[in-house]
Design a protein around this ligand. Structure first.
Ligand SMILES: [Zn+2]
Length: 209
């Protein structure tokens, strides 16, 4: 049975330059070879919860061939000294001390290629490019996530409590979760760009964007 949330006005449409969400649902371009599907014209699309579920379950479609990735339950261990050696002060402060980068400072705000966004701390895949949207906040923003990759906690560092989220594998702080994202999830995963590493799917050479 299909469960759909009520749709709101057109202003809640998720405008995407490329139909990767539709690609991942497999509903529109299923018979076409991948480069042709990627070349699909710009379109305005509105996702429903079935699309979101499909996007979450099929995230590996945006994993480049031969790119090896850890799973959430894979063991992880690193000493405090190693963390400090491996990362810049700015990145360390975000990952390990829940600092926030300056708005509009990350090149990932403009990243539009197909691919995966990994935890900068441990390379666990967290989001796909199909889950990203332009929130206008100055931080890379996503309306859903790859399943099972985050833990959350309440953050009382500002007057209003916020929901902090971090990588389930290595504990790295990523950002804060808000409920003013686009339909149908209404989630805005507001992420520090420095907490992410982008891995292109390797099909961008043939893409039209
Ligand atoms: Zn991690």
């Amino acid at each position: 049975m299909k469960i759909k949330r009520p749709r709101q006005q057109d202003t809640h449409k998720i405008n995407r330059r490329i139909a990767l969400g539709k690609l991942l649902t497999g509903s529109a371009f299923i018979a076409l070879p991948l480069p042709v599907r990627i070349l699909a014209a710009t379109e305005t699309m509105q996702l429903d919860m079935d699309d979101i579920e499909s996007m979450r379950n099929n995230w590996r479609q945006l994993q480049r061939d031969n790119l090896e990735l850890p799973a959430p339950g894979d063991s992880f261990s690193r000493t405090e000294e190693q963390w400090q050696e491996l990362f810049s002060d700015e990145r360390y402060a975000i990952l390990r001390e829940a600092d926030t980068e300056e708005a509009f400072s990350s090149p990932l705000n403009e990243e539009e290629r197909a691919g995966l966004y990994l935890c900068a701390g441990c390379k666990l895949p967290l989001f796909t490019s199909a889950m990203k949207y332009e929130s206008g906040t100055g931080w890379p923003s996503f309306f859903t996530t790859i399943p099972g990759v985050f833990e959350t906690r309440q953050d009382f560092s500002l007057i209003l409590p916020r929901t902090e989220y971090h990588c389930v594998r290595c504990g790295s702080h990523q950002g804060h979760l808000f409920d003013d994202g686009p339909e149908p999830t209404s989630d805005r995963w507001c992420n520090n760009g420095l907490a992410l590493v982008f891995e292109p799917a390797g099909i961008e050479e043939t893409a039209s964007f």
